[in-house]
Write a protein that binds this ligand. Structure first.
Ligand SMILES: O=C(CO)COP(=O)(O)O
Length: 153
Protein backbone atom coordinates (compact mmCIF):
# COMPACT_ATOMS: atom_id res chain seq x y z
CA UNK A 1 0.00 0.00 0.00
CA UNK A 2 1.42 3.35 -1.02
CA UNK A 3 2.08 5.74 1.81
CA UNK A 4 3.02 9.41 1.68
CA UNK A 5 6.47 10.73 2.36
CA UNK A 6 7.29 10.59 6.01
CA UNK A 7 7.53 13.90 7.83
CA UNK A 8 9.12 12.17 10.81
CA UNK A 9 12.71 13.18 11.60
CA UNK A 10 13.52 9.49 11.88
CA UNK A 11 14.07 8.51 8.28
CA UNK A 12 14.18 5.10 6.68
CA UNK A 13 17.55 5.08 4.97
CA UNK A 14 18.46 2.39 2.43
CA UNK A 15 22.18 1.68 2.14
CA UNK A 16 23.63 -0.23 -0.79
CA UNK A 17 27.17 -0.57 -2.15
CA UNK A 18 28.87 -2.57 -4.85
CA UNK A 19 31.88 -4.61 -3.79
CA UNK A 20 34.52 -2.06 -4.88
CA UNK A 21 32.56 0.66 -3.09
CA UNK A 22 31.77 -1.15 0.15
CA UNK A 23 34.78 0.21 1.99
CA UNK A 24 33.81 3.78 1.01
CA UNK A 25 30.26 3.29 2.26
CA UNK A 26 31.33 1.63 5.51
CA UNK A 27 33.86 4.44 6.17
CA UNK A 28 31.17 7.03 5.52
CA UNK A 29 28.68 5.24 7.77
CA UNK A 30 31.22 4.93 10.57
CA UNK A 31 32.09 8.63 10.28
CA UNK A 32 28.38 9.45 10.52
CA UNK A 33 27.54 6.82 13.13
CA UNK A 34 26.02 9.28 15.62
CA UNK A 35 23.69 10.88 13.08
CA UNK A 36 22.76 7.53 11.55
CA UNK A 37 21.81 6.27 15.01
CA UNK A 38 18.72 8.52 14.78
CA UNK A 39 17.48 6.73 11.68
CA UNK A 40 16.27 3.31 10.62
CA UNK A 41 18.75 1.53 8.36
CA UNK A 42 17.79 -0.93 5.64
CA UNK A 43 20.39 -2.55 3.40
CA UNK A 44 21.07 -5.23 0.83
CA UNK A 45 22.48 -8.44 2.32
CA UNK A 46 26.25 -8.09 2.26
CA UNK A 47 26.27 -4.34 2.74
CA UNK A 48 23.94 -4.75 5.72
CA UNK A 49 26.12 -7.40 7.34
CA UNK A 50 29.20 -5.17 7.10
CA UNK A 51 27.25 -2.19 8.46
CA UNK A 52 25.95 -4.16 11.42
CA UNK A 53 29.46 -5.27 12.30
CA UNK A 54 30.98 -1.80 11.95
CA UNK A 55 28.16 0.20 13.57
CA UNK A 56 27.33 -2.44 16.18
CA UNK A 57 23.60 -1.90 15.75
CA UNK A 58 20.78 -3.68 13.96
CA UNK A 59 20.26 -3.07 10.27
CA UNK A 60 17.27 -4.49 8.42
CA UNK A 61 18.96 -6.83 5.95
CA UNK A 62 17.33 -7.82 2.69
CA UNK A 63 18.64 -10.31 0.13
CA UNK A 64 22.04 -9.75 -1.41
CA UNK A 65 21.82 -7.34 -4.36
CA UNK A 66 22.46 -9.85 -7.16
CA UNK A 67 19.96 -12.26 -5.59
CA UNK A 68 17.05 -9.82 -5.53
CA UNK A 69 18.07 -7.30 -2.84
CA UNK A 70 18.12 -4.39 -5.29
CA UNK A 71 14.62 -5.32 -6.38
CA UNK A 72 13.47 -5.48 -2.76
CA UNK A 73 14.79 -1.97 -2.10
CA UNK A 74 13.09 -0.78 -5.29
CA UNK A 75 9.81 -2.31 -4.18
CA UNK A 76 10.06 -0.56 -0.78
CA UNK A 77 10.71 2.75 -2.54
CA UNK A 78 7.67 2.20 -4.76
CA UNK A 79 5.37 1.76 -1.77
CA UNK A 80 6.83 4.76 0.09
CA UNK A 81 8.75 2.82 2.71
CA UNK A 82 12.19 4.30 2.01
CA UNK A 83 12.86 8.02 2.53
CA UNK A 84 16.50 8.19 1.43
CA UNK A 85 18.73 5.86 -0.57
CA UNK A 86 22.51 5.96 -0.33
CA UNK A 87 23.71 3.79 -3.21
CA UNK A 88 27.45 3.71 -3.88
CA UNK A 89 27.37 1.93 -7.23
CA UNK A 90 30.56 1.13 -9.10
CA UNK A 91 31.08 3.22 -12.25
CA UNK A 92 34.15 1.18 -13.23
CA UNK A 93 32.80 -2.35 -13.37
CA UNK A 94 29.78 -3.98 -14.97
CA UNK A 95 27.67 -6.03 -12.56
CA UNK A 96 26.04 -9.38 -13.35
CA UNK A 97 22.79 -7.80 -12.19
CA UNK A 98 23.15 -4.50 -14.08
CA UNK A 99 19.50 -4.69 -15.09
CA UNK A 100 18.50 -4.72 -11.40
CA UNK A 101 20.82 -1.78 -10.65
CA UNK A 102 19.29 0.21 -13.48
CA UNK A 103 15.79 -0.70 -12.36
CA UNK A 104 16.51 0.40 -8.79
CA UNK A 105 17.91 3.76 -9.86
CA UNK A 106 15.01 4.21 -12.25
CA UNK A 107 12.28 3.48 -9.71
CA UNK A 108 13.97 5.75 -7.16
CA UNK A 109 13.82 8.66 -9.60
CA UNK A 110 10.30 7.76 -10.71
CA UNK A 111 9.17 8.08 -7.08
CA UNK A 112 11.16 11.21 -6.27
CA UNK A 113 13.19 9.38 -3.66
CA UNK A 114 16.22 11.21 -2.25
CA UNK A 115 19.24 9.44 -3.76
CA UNK A 116 22.98 9.89 -3.13
CA UNK A 117 25.45 7.87 -5.19
CA UNK A 118 28.73 9.25 -3.86
CA UNK A 119 30.20 10.45 -0.59
CA UNK A 120 29.89 14.18 -1.30
CA UNK A 121 26.20 13.94 -2.07
CA UNK A 122 25.61 11.60 0.87
CA UNK A 123 27.21 14.24 3.13
CA UNK A 124 24.94 16.94 1.71
CA UNK A 125 21.87 14.79 2.24
CA UNK A 126 22.70 13.73 5.77
CA UNK A 127 23.54 17.26 6.89
CA UNK A 128 20.60 18.89 5.13
CA UNK A 129 18.13 20.75 7.36
CA UNK A 130 15.51 18.99 5.25
CA UNK A 131 16.35 15.81 7.17
CA UNK A 132 14.57 17.42 10.11
CA UNK A 133 10.86 16.99 10.40
CA UNK A 134 9.81 20.63 10.66
CA UNK A 135 11.63 21.56 7.44
CA UNK A 136 10.38 18.54 5.57
CA UNK A 137 6.83 19.41 6.54
CA UNK A 138 7.01 22.65 4.58
CA UNK A 139 7.84 20.88 1.30
CA UNK A 140 5.21 19.78 -1.17
CA UNK A 141 4.58 16.05 -1.14
CA UNK A 142 4.81 14.79 -4.70
CA UNK A 143 3.64 11.30 -3.87
CA UNK A 144 -0.02 11.83 -4.73
CA UNK A 145 0.90 13.75 -7.89
CA UNK A 146 3.28 11.01 -9.06
CA UNK A 147 0.74 8.32 -8.28
CA UNK A 148 -1.99 10.10 -10.27
CA UNK A 149 0.35 10.73 -13.18
CA UNK A 150 1.46 7.12 -13.40
CA UNK A 151 -2.01 5.65 -12.92
CA UNK A 152 -3.60 7.93 -15.54
CA UNK A 153 -1.09 6.93 -18.18
O1 LIG B 1 24.77 -5.69 -5.44
C1 LIG B 1 24.46 -4.76 -4.74
C2 LIG B 1 23.84 -3.57 -5.30
O2 LIG B 1 23.56 -3.65 -6.66
C3 LIG B 1 24.71 -4.82 -3.28
O3 LIG B 1 24.42 -6.09 -2.76
P1 LIG B 1 25.17 -6.62 -1.48
O4 LIG B 1 25.05 -5.59 -0.42
O5 LIG B 1 24.47 -7.90 -1.11
O6 LIG B 1 26.61 -6.85 -1.90
Amino acid sequence: MLTSRRIDARKRIALVAHDNKKKDLIDWAEFNKVVLAKHELIATGTTGKLLEEKLDRPVKRLLSGPLGGDQQIGALIAVGEIDVMIFFWDPMEAQPHDSDVKALLRVAIAWNCIVACDRSTADFVLTSPLMQSDYAATLPDYTEYLKRRIENK
